[in-house]
Design a protein. Structure first.
Length: 311
């Protein structure tokens, strides 16, 4: 008998999805991927497998969740199982440079970025970058952790010499163009089954100058599942915008079927896309108050149910 399997490392994020499944009369299974083994020749169960592994799993004590998930996804794909957000999607989730390169191939503008490995290479790389102020952030931080704004290489050197300095999880730093927005929000475009469902404005008025946006959502207080409703507003700004078709092409080319894509506009109206989240969450109250054309978790549950039926 076939079933739906949700692969993840954070039960809190799966709770609203289970409610959506319950509303459809579906009892989906969970695979909590923190520790485990993969017997490559063993047959996986039949069904549809939805990958919700997060690049920030290490912030919840699940350091090797993504590595285990990659092996599990490889195993599932080897045996021809239906996988949503498979190995290609996970690869882009864990590597910003690869993510940006894929976005650029789809004609989508991203912030100018330099990847650096090695603490001793950061200052010289920042001097070569020669654009101030600039953002320094780890390739795999999660929730805005470790993201900082620097106005000079001297300030960067002071940080590197201080006790506050921490190596990024995978050793990769990103030096990134700072983009100042005329209004205090970023926009997140949500896609399920490769199709656009809605966009949401995320207020950054109480944030920090820490990401490509003028100020950045940071910490649990800006997570859609727990942040105040005032930070989120359903928007129609991008409903008919040509970038949506570009995003859909990018997702199709990248093997990503469910994602939230974050963008910011500068004072000239130019759009910069700076993050693709293949493990996306939604603010339920914002969806209700903003009369969203679809509810995120319900759309995911319905999409997975449809895929299971086709199996």
């Amino acid at each position: 008998m076939s079933d739906i399997y949700v692969l993840h490392e954070n039960s809190e994020w799966v709770t609203p999805l289970h409610q959506a499944f319950n509303d459809l009369g579906i009892n989906a299974q969970e695979w909590f991927l923190d520790q485990g083994q993969v017997a490559l020749e063993q047959e996986p169960p039949q069904g549809v497998f939805y990958n919700r592994m997060s690049a920030s799993s290490h912030t919840r004590g699940h350091r090797f969740g993504p590595e285990l998930t990659r092996m599990v996804l490889t195993w599932l794909e080897k045996h021809g199982r239906r996988v949503i957000n498979g190995t290609d999607a996970l690869y882009l989730e864990l590597c910003k440079i690869s993510q940006y390169a894929s976005l650029n191939r789809a004609g989508i503008k991203t912030p100018r970025t330099t990847a650096v490995v090695g603490r001793d290479k950061l200052v010289s790389s920042a001097k070569e970058f020669d654009q101030f102020p600039f953002i320094l952030k780890p390739n795999r931080g999660g929730k805005g952790l470790g993201v900082q704004l620097f106005h000079s290489t001297e300030a960067l050197q002071t940080y590197l010499d201080s006790t506050d300095y921490e190596e990024p999880l995978d050793g990769i730093w990103l030096i990134q163009q700072y983009i100042k927005a005329p209004e205090a929000y970023i926009t997140r475009c949500e896609f399920v089954g490769g199709k656009f469902i809605y966009s949401v404005q995320v207020s950054t008025e109480e944030g920090f100058e820490l990401c490509p946006a003028d100020s950045c959502q940071i910490g649990e207080g800006y997570c859609p599942t727990v942040a105040p409703i005032s930070k989120f507003k359903i928007s129609t700004e991008f409903n008919d915008h040509p970038i949506i078709k570009q995003y859909q092409q990018f997702l199709s080319d990248s093997g990503i079927e469910i994602a939230g894509i974050e963008l910011i506009k500068d004072s000239n109206g130019d759009i910069y896309t700076y993050d693709v989240n293949t493990n996306t969450n939604y603010n339920r109250q914002a969806e209700i108050d903003g009369n969203a054309p679809a509810k995120g978790m319900e759309a995911i549950a319905a999409f997975l149910a449809q895929e299971l039926q086709q199996q």
